[in-house]
Design a protein around this ligand. Sequence first.
Ligand SMILES: [Zn+2]
Length: 496
Amino acid sequence: MNAVYMPVIGLEVHVQLATASKIFCSCSTDSMGAEPNRNVCPVCLGLPGTLPVMNEHALRLGIRAGLALSCAIRDRTIFHRKNYFYPDLPKAYQISQYDLPLAEGGEIVITGDDGAPKRIRITRLHLEEDAGKLVHSAADGRLEGAERSFVDYNRGGVPLAEIVSEPDMSSPREAREYVQTLRRLVRYLGVSDGDMEKGSLRVDANISLKKVDGATGDLLFWGERSEVKNMNSLRAVERALAYEIERQRILMERGGTPERETRHWNDGAGVTTAMRSKEAANDYRYFPDPDLPPMLVTEAMEERERRALPEMPWKKAERFTEQYGLPAADVEVLVESLPLADYFEACVAAGASPLRASNWVRVEVFRVMNERKLPADAFPVAALSLGRLVAMVDEKKLSTTVAREVFDAMAGGKSLDEALKGAGAAQGGIASEALEGIIRAVVAQNPDVLDEIRSGKDGSGKKRKFLTGLVMKETRGQADGKQVQAILDSVLGELL
Ligand SMILES: [Zn+2]
């Protein structure tokens, strides 16, 4: 009998909500580079006699995310205490939601492994507070040689939305795409920055294997699921799940049975290791938090958040395909970030042809963003200027080579007009198309020089200088030397 192993994957994604203050107190949520235990107060430290007060902004962001996921929003929802003892929780309980979550029953559509759209059901979205962070130090002279653990409560009480999916994913690739789709969504919504490295978006994966008869499709055995934690990138999600599928498959093939347990992904070693056996839900002794009144979601609140929804990324992708006739690969890149998609559309609105604008954004804009580590919304070249520049290339007023020079000058802070003048492309200079024609003619008239360059005898660049001299002579010195060199280089590049 030929057995087949089929992965069953469900994900729990914790998204840090983009509020300025914590979920039940007014401490700042911005702890990047902050000294440990700076952003704390008696409320988030759980000191006796303090009372939590719900942050309404966090509730609104939760409603918005729930609506975007097509969930039903509960009009009356409550908080529970989830009890467990661990030093990252100063109160020894986490304020979370249990059987009455804010939102339930939604979906996300991804591209399945067969290439067709696949619906991943969303079980629920609930709100909760984050825990603190433990920092384990290695042996350190200043600490009398001892290994110690420290706790930083800056993150304790930061608002999270936990989004739980049904086990509808069947491969690491589908899981990765689900996380990517969800991340893009929360960024579009302004609900979270979705930064996995900073921990603003954290993924826990539940994974089990079904052993199925390859001929009949009958279920032979369904293993227990493990919960994998500590995957800090999309790639880590994919790798960790691929590893876990292999581990469980080999175990089952050898007659073993996977246990219900929590496993830790070690990205460096590329393995998961057992952390602890999974607590059953009743171990947490959930009970309603008596300090917090029920949260009421009125129709007006829901309506307000519904109106705040932007064009959804998948809708935008459809529209970009239809309206601009862009290839799928272009659409995927442009739609990934809302500022970038807006930038592209502004270029087109300024007169650029969609396909060329898309190329410029994906190649040149990305290059400068990467070189300078800039986010799309801080890009130094206005979309209007790039749009006009690309339109000039469309109309063959500029060659791509000259246009790149102009673009670089704009990225360096020049206006479009200044940059055009500098590149010798404005009125008075020689149109780059004409110049390119002259250069091609000069090269064609000197095949021996071309041969020498081809055979690698132009280490010192003398031959190129010779050709440049001929071009300058031909143009009676009116051409810009740098421009000539750039065009000559690209012409030679084609010929060599
Ligand atoms: Zn606080």
